[in-house]
Design a binder for this molecule. Structure first.
Ligand code: IPM
Ligand code: MN
Length: 362
């Protein structure tokens, strides 16, 4: 089959991690006889430098015209000194989500057995953790009333949700739970917020159509504690945009290996995949960044194409690299392997080649 994949490397180490992911996709192409047509677009700080916008029209066109989008990393700390700048790198991503109607951000949390010691939590606590977070991505406090809010002497951000916005992501979460451990935890602040009360009502009604799935509710402050105290008690987590932004980052620390974690943002038609980690500007072009999160984002991309065997081949190759200690220095300070070694190992493993590594990058 033919698939069009938009590659948006973005800023910092984005280019390097996308290159490794592309290697793996090309290995999949060869082994499974597919055709992947790559189109490259600029986004983020790099786009601002040339086009004065974080999401140039051409990039949007490429994305709209593709079957899936793979993003590297976006951002540059030079913009952090001016938090109220009109144009910021991450606006590219926010605009893209809106333009493409990406309403659900999906973040799996998986602990690699050989990396259990990396977690800041005790092995006993993280044992068995397998969480899938569904964060609403297209609405809530991120998108309402933005134009008026900063012009006056006061400022506001409104959290507004419609039944439709809640129900479409809730269905995704329940369907996912059916194929997992049959549990959905809705996280909200329904003791205070009206929008949360609507979430509870809509999600409770939807739960009726999934009799095998147990639904529980948690207030977000309590959930922030529980996620650290007992992360392994969660299966599917469902929450609104802002709470999801915070809880997803909190959860990513539980593994102690944030550079292995991917995420997907999906809508009716389009889907975008990216690593959870940021641009690590200081690591750029040093061959030090860990490509695993982006490679696992491509596994999610393949699953989105319903290429399950292909996705499994990528996952198995990643498992193998981690189990064998073919990892970058963030996971093993004594490691002699760089970004390219790890990418090559994984791509070669997909190709079925033997597991030797060329230490000279030849
Ligand atoms: C994320 C990021 C974005 C968000 C930023 C870059 C706007 O933190 O994808 O979680 O807050 O949604
Ligand atoms: Mn975030």
């Amino acid at each position: 089959m033919k698939y069009k994949i938009a590659l948006l490397p973005g800023d910092g180490v984005g280019e390097e991690v996308i290159q490794q992911a592309k290697k793996c996709l090309e290995a999949v192409e060869e082994v499974f006889h597919h055709e992947f047509i790559f189109q490259i677009g600029v986004i983020g700080a790099k786009a601002i430098n040339t086009y004065e916008t974080a999401l140039p029209k051409d990039t949007l066109r490429i994305c709209k015209n593709s079957d899936a989008i793979l993003v590297g990393t976006i951002g540059n700390h030079k913009f952090n000194n001016n938090p109220v700048a009109e144009v910021r790198p991450e606006h590219g991503l926010i605009q893209l989500r809106k333009e493409l109607g990406l309403y659900a951000n999906i973040r799996p949390l998986r602990i690699f057995p050989s990396l259990v010691d990396k977690s800041p939590l005790k092995a006993d606590i993280i044992k068995g953790t397998d969480m899938l977070i569904f964060r609403e991505l297209s609405s809530g406090i991120y998108y309402q009333n933005k134009e008026d809010a900063t012009k006056a002497q006061s400022a506001s951000d409104v959290c507004k949700y419609t039944e439709e916005e809640i129900s479409r992501i809730a269905h995704l979460a329940f369907k996912a739970a059916k194929n997992r451990n049959n549990r959905v935890t809705l996280i909200d602040k329904a003791n205070v917020l009206n929008s949360s009360k609507l979430w509870r009502k809509v999600v409770r009604d939807i739960a009726q159509s999934y009799p095998d799935v147990a639904l529980e509710y948690q207030f977000v402050d309590h959930a922030a504690m529980k996620m650290i105290a007992a992360p392994n008690r969660y299966d599917v987590v469902l929450t609104e945009n802002m709470f999801g932004d915070i809880l997803a980052d909190e959860s990513s620390m539980i593994s102690g290996a944030v550079n292995t974690l991917p995420s997907a943002s999906v809508g009716e038609k389009q889907a975008l995949f990216q690593p959870v980690h940021g641009p690590y500007t200081e690591l750029k072009d040093k061959d030090l960044v860990n490509p695993v999160a982006t490679i696992l984002a491509t596994a999610m991309l393949l699953e989105h194409f319903r290429l399950f065997e292909e996705a499994m081949a990528v996952r198995e190759a990643v498992d193998k690299s981690i189990a064998k200690g073919i990892v970058t220095k963030d996971l093993d300070a004594n490691s002699q392997y760089g970004t390219n070694h790890v990418g090559d190992f994984i791509a070669n493993h997909i190709l079925g080649h033997d597991d030797r590594i060329n230490m000279n990058n030849e």
